[in-house]
Write a new protein. Sequence first.
Length: 78
Amino acid sequence: MGRLIAFIILLIPGVMAAYGIKLMRDTLFNKLLEPYPALWMQFTLGTLFTIIGIGFFAGFLLNRDRKKGNVSERFQKR
């Protein structure tokens, strides 16, 4: 049960990052989606979703590797 919850917690930011990439791609092809009033806003939100999604996933991996001791000294907590 714990692994399923961990998978779902990692799935949500992954989907969010994928949606952000889709928003940026649609902006580059001048396709405005329904809830967004302007292309610049669609691109900005897509960038934000991508950064947050990838950042959450990267932070999770860094935290896990710190617990296992698999990171270099530069990334260890002091």
